[in-house]
Design a protein around this ligand. Structure first.
Ligand code: FAQ
Length: 312
């Protein structure tokens, strides 16, 4: 019966087993995964938009080729993740519908505008950097199809992070004063939204305890945020940029950096739909879906003809 199955499931989780699509799982585990994986997929797809804005304006052929490859990778990540979520019994149409009607979330970070070329490097460095910090532990997530998808995604994310850092380093070491100022301005705008990507503080994170119990999350939001800040401070020093937080300093006792107060009211406002670009991002996805209607219709018409052909 249900209770025995749940006990067996918990024991498997405690033993560090991976759960496969056809294994028994509690309904709440399934729902939590559908929520997280589909939101992750939506983030990748919506995340193509801020960078897509700069493909036609990249400064050199090399930078354009890199940016194109990165944005295509993000499309690929979205597809692996939708496929992973489908193994839990949800359909892609249901997931798209949830996104297009504003029921499903996607990462807060993609609701900010990309105002200069330096934003491309800064997204790679900070946004992909934060994504890697959050996603490497998901390669060991208890749900195996998600964990497997994350391995390839993380490899590609590390290319994304490095291309961003290298692009900023080029501007900071060989650039003009105006280019250096452009980098600093981009870092000033992206820093706080990047550290919000890890989600609300642990004591305001309703899903964390259960997700950690189930091995979906391996570290808490605050733990990952701290690790990211500690790693990034050194990288900022090498780049020669300042992080826009006067309270950021090494704490010998904690062996970690202290940092200033995060404006959580901004975070909650953005995830509730009222960030600088929420309406524009969602509209772009709805338009893409509507514009693609003829492709779906043609594919269905073609598929429907197949059995007739075979019979003939
Ligand atoms: N944005 O209880 P928790 C990328 C929501 S990286 C929006 O702590 P949880 C790569 C949360 O959903 C970005 N909403 O939730 C890329 C929940 O609301 P709900 C995507 C957020 O799930 C780079 C509520 O707040 N990465 O795309 C955010 O345990 C460059 C309470 O929060 C992933 O999705 C946020 N930042 O922890 C692409 C990673 N934070 O659902 C292009 C996988 C929290 O109950 C360019 N996901 N919320 O209505 C996760 O690790 C987790 O889901 C967290 C949130 C850590 C994001």
């Amino acid at each position: 019966d249900e209770l025995r199955l749940e006990e067996r499931f918990d024991a498997r989780i405690d033993a560090g087993d991976f759960i496969e699509a056809k294994d028994w799982m509690p309904e709440h585990y399934r729902k939590t995964l559908v929520r997280q994986i589909s939101q992750h997929a939506h983030s990748e797809i919506v995340g193509m938009l801020p960078e897509g804005n700069w493909i036609s304006r990249a400064p050199t052929l090399k930078r354009k080729a890199i940016l194109l490859a990165k944005v295509q990778d993000e499309g690929g990540h979205g597809l692996y993740l939708y496929a992973a979520a489908e193994t839990l019994g949800t359909s892609r149409d249901q997931m798209f519908d949830a996104l297009h009607t504003g029921k499903a979330k996607y990462s807060s970070i993609f609701n900010y505008p990309t105002l200069s070329w330096a934003d491309m490097g800064t997204i790679g460095w900070l946004v992909d950097g934060a994504a890697i910090m959050n996603q490497v532990p998901i390669c060991r997530c208890s749900y195996a199809p998600y964990a497997r998808a994350m391995i390839r995604i993380c490899r590609e994310e590390s290319f994304h992070q490095r291309q961003g850092y290298e692009s900023l380093l080029t501007m900071m070491t060989h650039g003009t004063e105006a280019q250096k100022a452009m980098v600093q301005d981009a870092v000033n705008r992206w820093w706080w939204p990047s550290i919000m990507m890890f989600g609300p503080p642990d004591d305001q994170s309703p899903n964390s305890a259960q997700s950690m119990r189930w091995g979906i999350k391996r570290f808490s939001n605050d733990e990952l945020r701290q690790k990211f800040i500690d790693a990034t401070v050194e990288q900022a020093a090498i780049l020669g940029v300042t992080l826009p937080d006067p309270d950021l300093k090494w704490n010998e006792e904690r062996q970690a950096h202290d940092f200033g107060v995060i404006d959580w009211s901004e975070f909650w406002r953005v995830i509730a739909g009222d960030g600088p670009c929420n309406r524009e991002r969602l509209q772009a996805r709805v338009d893409a879906w509507d514009d693609g209607a003829w492709v779906r219709e043609a594919a269905m018409a073609h598929a429907n003809k197949q059995p007739l052909k075979e019979a003939a």
